[in-house]
Ligand binder design. Structure first.
Ligand code: PMP
Length: 285
């Protein structure tokens, strides 16, 4: 089945889908995005992702490209046309196409693009069973990391630093030596007392939807956790480390920089939380 993209009202072959050279997303990174995971043909946390999309748009004063119901219909149609059972749908909204000039253009409708891609569940499971390694890099991003902007250059550089070092992800460290988050994931530790810890939401990190859902599941199950910032030393000396994101779910980390975490295998608490998150996804309607 060939891939189909949605571009400003049209379904186009993915290989030929394109936007105008004066799309403000292309010229100014003046846009936002979301990635929704599809597991067994079900969208995971669709509402949470759409809420975050509306929030990102409002913070940047970009008009919504359409109302929630038609947007959901287009999302379903993109999933259907691409025959996605397990994979992701990517949505991007920019401030539209206008002659290049920094201020907001007048009377310019926002531009909406969606693509979809299949992902292998087996591969994700194998990765989780082994655990992944992480490197740390300075956080060089702007002061509004809560907005899911397509302006991702620091994140791109961080992920490349991870790749250059044979790692899966880079955790970013702020000027005070505290861990903010991964380049495309939220960071968690389990301390030596078995306490699960992740940074509270603020302008300094993206409020991950997976993070929020895992927190909700932990609350339901009465699993203790703490919302606080932690240092890079705490990260290096943690009993367990894991990360969360829509495409990684709950993923154990077994090495951070030169520090082997635990015995170098995924920790039991991380694997239990992965299982809790998997049950949550299976229960999604
Ligand atoms: N932080 C950043 C910077 C991200 O790009 C992502 C991925 N969207 C996340 C955290 C994880 O968020 P989510 O669980 O919503 O995928």
């Amino acid at each position: 089945m060939s891939r189909i993209a949605y571009v400003n009202g049209q379904y186009q072959p993915h290989s030929h889908a394109n936007v105008h050279i004066e799309d403000r997303g292309y010229q100014f990174a003046d846009g936002v995005y979301e990635v929704v995971t599809i597991v067994n043909s079900k969208m995971i946390d669709e509402e949470g992702h759409l809420q975050r999309l509306w929030r990102s748009l409002a913070e940047l004063r970009i008009d919504a490209p359409m109302k929630a119901e038609p947007l959901k219909m287009v999302m379903r149609e993109v999933v259907r046309r691409n025959g996605i059972v397990n994979g992701i749908i990517y949505l991007q909204v920019t401030r539209g196409v206008a002659p290049r000039d920094h201020p907001f253009p007048k009377n310019t409708p926002p531009a909406l693009v969606m693509t979809a891609k299949r992902l292998s569940m087996d591969k994700a499971e194998k990765t989780a069973e082994k655990g992944v390694s992480v490197v740390t890099v300075p956080d060089i991003r702007w002061a509004r990391c809560d907005i899911k902007s397509v302006s991702l250059l620091p994140n791109v550089l961080a992920k490349q630093a991870a790749k250059d070092n044979g790692a899966y992800e880079a955790f970013q460290i702020d000027a005070d030596g505290m861990v903010t988050e991964g380049s495309s994931t939220n960071a968690w530790i389990v301390d030596q007392n078995g306490k699960v810890i992740t940074r509270p939401t603020s302008n300094e990190i993206l409020a991950g939807i997976t993070r929020a859902s895992l927190i909700r599941e932990l609350e339901k199950k009465g699993v203790e956790f703490e919302l606080r910032s932690f240092t890079v030393e705490e990260l290096h000396n943690a009993r367990e480390v894991f990360l969360t994101s829509s495409t990684s779910y709950v993923l154990p980390v077994v090495k951070v920089d030169e520090h082997v975490i635990g015995n170098g295998n995924p920790g039991s608490i991380s694997m239990t939380l992965r299982e809790i998150y998997r049950e949550f996804m299976n229960a999604a309607s």
